[in-house]
Design a protein around this ligand. Structure first.
Ligand code: TA6
Length: 293
């Protein structure tokens, strides 16, 4: 299956019309098009703001940024030099393996080692490998983290910050009933740190939403009239649901006008607590997105 290598990105093309574009910067998936049930012209399934920088000057506002090794602002002292959401989304990754092509899927692998840029902000030898797999109606992303230290454990968080293209005010997300979550839109630190119980059968984002569901599950359905995306996960116990709505959306510099209306972020990850890897240990977190199942 065709693979196109451009200076700043890799493009995979499936014979049934699906395509995926991955920037070397952040290994950010910036486009996934798939034909859906109609089998017609492939549709874009991800949102990228028209004001997003794609030149490596700042993390991409949209697509699938990779959050590693810390979600949000750093708390642990060893992460103190890192910016919000860590370094993976703002480092240049290398294409390390040619596509694996088995007639129904095509995959590429990008890697990020302990480069001088990473060393400058993170004092821990780690290797990251990211495999993106495209089939006719599915997109898979697998992140492998290996602790390359010869003496220390590695603690980290990881998350796929999926910007799902969808009419935000019509979106419903399930199943999250009965799950505990932390509501980051609360005003005080105490309220932010107090778990709430999700009672809705279907979660919506019709008010500003920034919720961290703990042990959210392994599969999520995001539906809206005439559309939907299903996400299945492995080793990603939590899920974050984010949409800023208009008032906060307007304050985001690289958000296009009205951009908040065009997406919902549904972000599987391990972000409540940390994963601990022994010397030489590896961890893989995986998600598969499926269009209009
Ligand atoms: O995952 C949700 C979140 O952490 C929100 O709190 C929100 O601010 C968003 O990510 C975007 O973060 P960014 O650093 O990309 O502006």
């Amino acid at each position: 299956m065709p693979i196109e290598q451009l200076a700043d990105r890799v493009i995979l093309k499936h014979p049934k019309g699906a395509t995926v574009e991955i920037l070397h910067y952040g290994a950010t998936v910036i486009s996934w098009k798939s034909p859906g049930t109609s089998g017609g012209e492939p549709l874009e399934r991800l949102f990228v703001s028209s004001k997003a920088a794609l030149d490596g000057s700042k993390p991409v506002r949209g697509g699938i940024p990779i959050v590693f090794p810390v979600f949000g602002a750093p708390v642990l002292p060893q992460f103190s030099k890192l910016k919000q959401h860590g370094y993976a989304r703002c480092s240049i990754w290398n294409l390390t393996s040619v596509p694996v092509d088995d007639a129904s899927t095509v995959s590429v692998k990008l890697s990020l080692g302990f480069t001088p840029e990473v060393k400058a902000v993170f004092d821990f030898p780690v290797s990251l490998e990211y495999v993106v797999t495209l089939s006719d109606r599915r997109l898979g992303t697998d992140l492998r983290v290996t602790n390359q230290s010869d003496k220390d454990e590695l603690q980290f968080q990881a998350l796929f910050h999926n910007y799902i293209r969808a009419p935000a005010n019509d979106v419903k997300i399930s199943p999250l009933t009965g799950k505990n979550y932390f509501d980051k839109t609360e005003a005080t630190a105490e309220a932010k740190a107090t778990a709430k119980l999700e009672q809705r059968r279907e979660v919506d984002v019709r008010k500003p939403t920034d919720s961290v569901y703990v042990d959210g599950g392994q599969a999520y359905e995001i539906t809206w009239p005439n559309g939907g995306i299903q996400i299945k996960t492995e080793c990603l116990k939590d899920v974050v649901i984010w949409n800023p709505q208009e008032t906060i959306g307007k304050t985001i510099g690289d958000m296009e006008d009205g951009g908040w209306e065009k997406y919902v972020c549904v972000e599987p990850g391990h972000v409540q607590g940390y994963i601990t890897l022994p010397v030489g240990g590896s961890w893989v977190g995986r998600q598969t997105l499926r269009d209009e199942w």
